[in-house]
Design a binder for this molecule. Structure first.
Ligand SMILES: C[S@@+](CC[C@H](N)C(=O)[O-])C[C@H]1O[C@@H](n2cnc3c(N)ncnc32)[C@H](O)[C@@H]1O
Length: 300
């Protein structure tokens, strides 16, 4: 396996990673030694890589999810606490700083979205497009907490993964707000509508994409947004790699799940090159995700 040049040289393990390695030492010392060698950038054999891969498949729901459906909402649902945590590897990933930061991102969207909604609601009805929504817990939670009895706020959740939309509809029904959300299966890049959105959310969708692809994507979805509409986009920041390199190492080594970490300047450039005015950003409480805000500059 190729040595990963993106990873920092440091070899310290934080408390959570040390606990996991200790656990692995009692269960399978070969796997634990492989991880330490590999993390240090020392040579490893293809036989050990194969053994480790198979071990992960047998001992981690998270590993199976990133191997079989990278960038899917099964991963975000895992982080939000929607899957059982019976394996030590899964417990580690869930409790890691990166895992906590995904939950913090959800909390941040739930805190900031009502402020944006209120800005548009002062002018009339508000329609939200949740693109790549997965189940769309962010909007579901905001609606059930703040807009339960409000008739002029609605959302459309668009995702190519029908199972995630079915899950979203179930959660919305349980919370009694399913009448406020439509669930549309399909590629949001091909979505056609005559009713444009006041607010578009693109959360957890760009993280594995290069900047040029993000620019293309933001250009494409501009026609779905109203002239003064708001585009809210998240991307994983470089701080995650600096502060929690071991969790990313696990994801990349086992799941071959590569993220494209971007800072706020890069996200700003993506907005500007795609024809949006940059209206600033905020982060989750760990600073592991940048959430940018912008309005369309060129309109067509
Ligand atoms: C990591 S999940 C994030 C889900 C949710 N936005 C959240 O923050 O929890 C990314 C989602 O984007 C969806 N997705 C990515 N590209 C898409 C596209 N072009 N059209 C529709 N869905 C897309 C995937 O199916 C997946 O459900």
């Amino acid at each position: 396996m190729k040595k990963n040049m993106n990873l920092p040289k440091q070899i310290e393990f934080d408390e959570a990673a040390s606990q996991l390695l200790k656990k692995l030492e009692t269960e399978n010392k070969r796997i634990r030694d492989f991880f330490i060698r590999s993390y240090k950038g020392l040579p490893t054999s293809p036989e050990m890589e194969e053994e480790t891969y198979n071990y992960f498949i047998r001992h981690s729901l998270f590993a199976v999810a990133i191997i079989t459906s990278p960038s899917s909402s099964v991963i975000t649902e895992f982080f939000y606490g929607g899957l059982p945590l019976s394996f030590p590897i899964d417990k580690y990933v869930f409790q890691s700083k990166s895992g906590k930061a995904v939950r913090a991102r959800l909390n941040t969207v739930e805190r900031e979205l009502p402020k944006i909604i209120e800005k548009y609601r002062s002018k009339g009805d508000v329609l939200i497009g949740n693109l790549g929504s997965g189940p769309g817990r962010d909007v579901i939670n905001v609606f059930s907490t703040h807009y339960r009895d409000i008739s002029n706020v609605r959302a459309i959740h668009i995702d190519k993964d029908i199972s995630s939309l079915k899950k979203g509809r179930r959660i919305a029904t349980i919370k009694g707000i399913d009448h406020m959300i439509n669930f549309a299966e399909g590629n949001f890049l091909k979505y056609k509508t005559t009713k444009k959105f006041d607010i578009i959310l693109l959360i957890g969708v760009l993280c594995s994409l290069k900047s040029e692809i993000c620019i293309y994507l933001l250009k494409k979805i501009k026609s779905l947004l109203k002239r003064n509409g708001c585009l809210l986009v998240s991307n994983v920041s470089k701080k995650m790699l600096e502060e929690d390199p071991f969790t990313y190492f696990l994801m990349e080594k086992i799941g071959n799940w590569k993220l494209v970490f971007k800072d706020e300047k890069e996200l700003e450039q993506i907005y500007k090159k795609a024809g949006y005015n940059w209206e600033g950003y905020f982060t989750d409480s760990y600073g592991f995700h940048i959430l940018g805000k912008g309005t369309p500059r060129f309109y067509f």
